[in-house]
Design a binder for this molecule. Structure first.
Ligand code: ARG
Ligand code: GLU
Length: 768
């Protein structure tokens, strides 16, 4: 007995030692906690900065050069004139919007040769973090009395809006407050959002998207995935709506760019806005993803991609219409495939089970723990059992039913149809009609009904055949009786009769709605969409929501317990689109037995891929070949080679695209744009041997801007360095720019009062 306990103690001790040495680069850390949790380790790894250099509230620091780009990517300041560097695939939408047949910037690239030529992008934003704060106490105040998750959440939401309001009253800042560790902690980020962001430069897709979907998620990689924008500000360097009068923003800090390159084992750091990870899932949850969700979703998407691929190859029109859609369907499809391989290779399910066993032993060893956590694992089991059928239904509804364009479109008419059915005031109906008109106009620009018809037949058949008939929406019994389960016949019929197949049809529906007539209700595409939606709200959503409320509570406890159990281990919270720091080193890896991948690629590889003729994605511009043949690399090449991309062991995820990758001195060495296929499971479990983030070497960016595009004036405004001087602003300059002061308590109170009065007055006016 005793010996068993001692053994398990040793096993636990070994495990925790194993954790801190074998998983050195895992984690997405909070900037304000670096000093406490990471600084020593980062310096051990070679970093020459302090935590205060990276994040400070008292002086400008690296964080002042980082922005959330549009809320979906990251960007960094690289000049004193507000020049912003991000990925080509992050700016893709904007580049596309400015493109026309005459000025095809996607194909040919775009370079503003002066400030007047820089192109505004309504709706695009860049958000800085002014400071952050632990607000756990304030947010949880009063939750002790909550009787369930829903009540707790209501109190939390009330506190969030109050704390956020008080923190920003009288300033032009916003407050973002998010739960961390499933609501064990709450942090507030005070943000400053700029709204006049102009496109400055983008390479042609044959550079910025070189390798396309063929190379997506893969190493070795040769993509110049970068684009340049500029932040514009009002007369006082403050955020302002677009105006021709606006001036380039003067950032508190911009990253100096290193020309010294990278070596194996160099310290690296990625600073950005990772979107979502799920590192603390239990083994059941990972098993569900691995055995059920991923395989089904992969199969559904593959079916769809095969159909689209054939049609796109047969017609240029279809190819152009579906290029972006295809890329985004393929992006997640390919990621899930890699994720499942990685889960298997890392023995993720088994390791999670071991951790759970260890947890159970730890709980059993102490009565107080038993009290707190005794039923936890059984409760997980119960709740995941209760989810049975729900997850797979959701997957088929989202991926198969609503993965068909006509079904998704028809589903968007639900609100309008409900208004018509209850004979709502015509003004409400018309408002809805106007919205749908705008939506339909852009929808039909990229729609090809014959392809969608094939997708319809194939995906709904998968839904029908691959899922337990108990989980079928009602419409399937009609398909069984009327079409003998033949989904091709069903598709023929729907596409012959539905108004949703063409813009003219939809226009007619909407025109009739303006007359108060409901021609939507009996449309066969709408009938299908409603049947699926009804099934979802009656049979899926209630379980899904209530079980997830339970699970959230269980995970909150579980993570708290794990942190207690492994008290010498640093825990990081799951990514949640807030600013984080990841660090690691430049490292090669061994993807499979017998193969080692080097940590960098060069222009040689671009030429090799171009010559291979394997894929259209490998076509290159003539100018690039010319520069290559002349070895005209200027100061950006090394020993007659032009570096292109490199990998490092930083823990990143979607949203980190465009993040700066920074060296030991705080200088920019690259821009993150992808992860390796073998490493995509790091959203669930980090395997240090296999996980690498992929970056464009900053010297390739400079070479393309300067030598390829002839936009040397942009390089001139950047700060290029060749030595290891600190990448930080000079101390006096650092202190110059202080963020807007927070108001005193008294001032806040006064403003709060005024605000309340104003609100009351507005309310009274509305009611009057
Ligand atoms: N895999 C990267 C990401 O998740 C890049 C996607 C864009 N590139 C592409 N070839 N589709 O966003
Ligand atoms: N390409 C991803 C993005 O757009 C980054 C790759 C990843 O998921 O790590 O954010």
């Amino acid at each position: 007995m005793i010996s068993k306990r001692i053994l398990s103690f040793f096993a636990a001790a070994l495990l925790s030692v194993g954790v801190s040495t074998a998983v050195p680069d895992e984690g997405m850390w909070l900037p304000m906690l670096l000093k406490q949790l990471n600084e020593a380790q980062m310096q051990d790894k070679g970093m020459k900065l302090t935590a205060e250099d990276i994040y400070s509230v008292n002086q400008s620091s690296l964080k002042d050069a980082i922005v959330s780009f549009g809320g979906f990517c990251t960007g960094e300041m690289i000049s004193p004139e507000g020049l912003l560097l991000t990925n080509h695939h992050c700016g893709y939408g904007q580049i596309q919007q400015h493109s026309s047949v005459e000025n095809d910037y996607l194909t040919d690239g775009f370079w503003a040769m002066n400030r007047e030529q820089e192109l505004p992008n309504p709706g695009l934003t860049a958000t800085f973090i002014v400071r952050m704060e632990d607000v756990t106490k304030q947010i949880l105040a009063g939750t002790e009395i909550a009787k369930n998750e829903a009540e707790r959440e209501a109190i939390v939401q009330r506190n969030i809006s109050k704390v956020g309001r008080v923190a920003t009253v009288g300033t032009h800042y916003n407050a973002v407050i998010r739960p961390f560790f499933y609501g064990n902690e709450y942090y507030m980020y005070i943000t400053e959002t700029f709204k006049d962001i102009r496109l400055v430069g983008a390479p042609p897709s044959s550079i910025g998207k070189f390798g396309g979907d063929t190379d997506n998620w893969m190493w070795p990689r040769h993509t110049g995935d970068f684009a340049l924008f500029r932040i514009y500000a009002g007369p006082n360097n403050e955020p302002a709506e677009y105006s021709p009068e606006n001036k380039p923003y003067k950032p508190k800090h911009h990253l100096p760019i290193s020309l010294s390159g990278i070596q194996e084992n160099d310290f690296t750091m990625v600073f950005g806005f990772p979107g979502r990870t799920n590192e603390y899932l239990t083994s059941q949850a990972v098993r569900e993803i691995y055995e059920v969700s991923n395989p089904h979703k992969i199969n559904i998407r593959e079916t769809k991609l095969n159909i689209l691929d054939k049609d796109m190859k047969a017609s240029d029109e279809v190819r152009i219409k579906y290029a972006a859609k295809y890329a985004s369907i393929a992006n997640a499809w390919k990621k899930w495939i890699g994720e499942n391989r990685g889960i298997r290779k890392a023995n993720a399910i088994e390791n999670k089970q071991k951790l759970e066993q260890q947890f159970a032993q730890w709980v059993a060893a102490d009565p107080a723990r038993q009290q707190e956590y005794g039923s936890l694992l059984a409760d997980f089991e119960k709740n995941y059992k209760a989810l049975d059928g729900t997850t797979i239904s959701r997957d088929y509804i989202n991926e198969a039913a609503f993965g068909v364009e006509i079904v998704k479109l028809a589903n968007n008419f639900t609100t309008l149809q409900a208004l018509l059915a209850k004979k709502a005031p015509q003004s409400d109906i018309n408002a809805q009609v106007t919205k749908l008109e705008t939506y339909a106009a852009s929808y039909f620009k990229d729609y090809h009904a014959p392809s969608d018809k094939k997708v319809f037949a194939a995906l709904l058949e998968l839904y029908y055949k691959n899922i337990d008939p108990k989980l079928h929406p009602e419409i399937f019994s009609m398909v069984r009786s009327k079409y003998k389960g033949d989904f091709t016949k069903y598709a023929e019929d729907v596409f012959a009769k539905s108004a949703f197949v063409s813009e003219a049809g939809v226009k007619k529906l909407l025109a009739e709605a303006r007359q108060g007539k409901d021609a939507i209700k009996n449309d066969p595409a709408f009938v299908l969409a409603s049947s699926v939606a009804d099934y979802y709200s009656a049979n899926v959503m209630p379980t899904y929501t209530s079980v997830n409320d339970n699970l959230n509570l269980l995970y909150r406890k579980y993570v708290a317990g794990l942190r207690q159990m492994q008290s010498d281990k640093n825990f990081y919270p799951d990514a949640n689109s807030t600013l984080r720091v990841a660090y690691g080193k430049v490292e090669p890896y061994k993807p499979v037995d017998g193969v080692i991948y080097t940590y960098y690629t060069t222009l040689e590889g671009v030429m090799e891929k171009a010559a291979s003729g394997v894929a259209e994605d490998y076509a290159i511009p003539a100018k690039l070949r010319e520069l290559y043949e002349k070895k005209d690399y200027g100061r950006y090449g090394v020993n007659g080679q032009m570096p292109v991309c490199f990998i490092a062991s930083n823990h990143t995820t979607g949203g980190n695209s465009g993040s700066p990758i920074i060296n030991a001195n705080g200088q920019l060495i690259g821009t993150n744009f992808d992860r390796n296929w073998e490493g995509t499971m790091s959203d669930i479990v980090y395997n240090p041997d296999q996980v690498r983030n992929i970056s464009v070497d900053v010297r390739y960016m400079l070479f393309i801007v300067d030598k390829f595009a002839g936009a040397g004036h942009l390089v001139e405004e950047m700060t290029l360095v060749t030595d290891d001087t600190s990448g930080l602003p000079q101390v006096d300059a650092r202190k110059q720019q202080q963020p807007e002061k927070e108001l005193s308590k008294k001032e806040k109170k006064k403003l709060e009062k005024e605000l309340k009065k104003k609100k009351k007055k507005e309310k009274a006016e509305v009611e009057a």
